[in-house]
Structures are given as C-alpha cells and as structure tokens.
Design a protein around this ligand. Structure first.
Ligand code: ZN
Ligand code: ZN
Length: 176
C-alpha cells in the first residue's frame, strides 16, 4: 500500500461520492450501509501493482471479527481516461467491504447490477495499458504486426501466439 497524495485523495473522494450515489439509485443498500462506506478509508496501491486494480484490506477487530481496514485503488485509475472503470472497480471493492468476500455467483450477480455495462468490461484494457506504460520493449511479430509490451527483451525465445513467428525485440521508443 502507498499513501495517497492530496490530489489522489480528492479523486478518491469524488469516486466515492459518484459510486455511493449510483448504489443509492440502485436501491441496493440502505442509508446505514451508505454511511459506513462513507467513513471507510480509501487509498492507493503501489504503481507497480499491475495485476490488481483494487483491493479491500481486512484486519481482525478486538472481538475477533473482520473489519475493513482500507479499500485501495490502482493510482493509474485516478484520471479522466479511466474514470468509468475506476467507479466500477470501487463498486466491486465496496461489495467486498459490505461482507461479500468471495467472487461467487451471488457476488457476480450484484456486480452485474452496475449500470455502466461498458465499464464492467474494461479490466483487460486497463491491464494492457499499464503493461504498455511500463514496457521498455515491444515483442513484435513481423508477420501479423501484433505487439506485446514487455519490460525485458525476449531474445528470440518467444513466438507469436497467432502465427508462430519468432518475436523481435523493438525498443518502445522506436515502436511508437
Ligand atoms: Zn474482488
Ligand atoms: Zn503474428
């Protein structure tokens, strides 16, 4: 976990307000639950956490019950370009925070209530964008022109998934 800077805090609070507003519109949760989510600490993940887009952290309370410690979002979500996906990720984490801890069928059903259907499908694009941000090499296929952003050279050890051509290392600087 990293500490949110003042700008990130403002962005997180705006997201919280938007998501809670939508949750109220959905009549998904009562006023009491909304007020619990209003007080929940929000933070950011480390920028290098490319596998996770959001996380709900728990700790044991004095009586042994699990209490939400914080909900953290990936800092790259806190920009206009990813705003709709950021809201969906926060909604997903809020569902966890409300006690649905597993990604079971019930959880997926609640998740599917989020009205912005396009936003619900942006996970793979966000992962890909983060990889591209961090990449120093594009493993490039000379046959079908696909490019795979990576941090290390492939040194000819990898082939294109589509056409089986060995991938060439092209520095990101030249590839763009
Ligand atoms: Zn989850
Ligand atoms: Zn190819």
């Amino acid at each position: 976990m990293a500490r949110a800077n003042p700008q990130q805090k403002v962005a997180l609070e705006q997201l919280r307000e938007d998501v809670l507003g939508t949750m109220q519109d959905l009549s998904l949760v009562g006023v009491q639950v909304i007020s619990a989510l209003e007080d929940l600490p929000l933070g950011v993940l480390r920028r290098s956490a490319t596998q996770r887009h959001g996380v709900t952290r728990w700790r044991r309370g004095a009586d042994g019950t699990l209490v939400v410690e914080t909900v953290d979002l990936h800092p790259n979500l806190l920009c206009e370009a990813w705003n709709s996906y950021a809201k969906f990720v926060l909604y997903h984490e809020f569902l966890h925070a409300l006690g649905w801890r597993a990604h079971d069928m019930h959880f997926r059903g609640l998740e599917a209530l989020w009205p912005d259907a396009a936003a619900r499908r942006l996970g793979p694009s966000f992962t890909q964008a983060m990889r591209t941000n961090r990449a120093t090499w594009m493993w490039s296929c000379s046959t079908c022109d696909q490019r795979f952003p990576r941090q290390k050279r492939g040194n000819g050890r990898y082939i294109c998934r589509t056409c089986r051509t060995p991938l060439l290392d092209v520095p990101v600087h030249d590839a763009q």
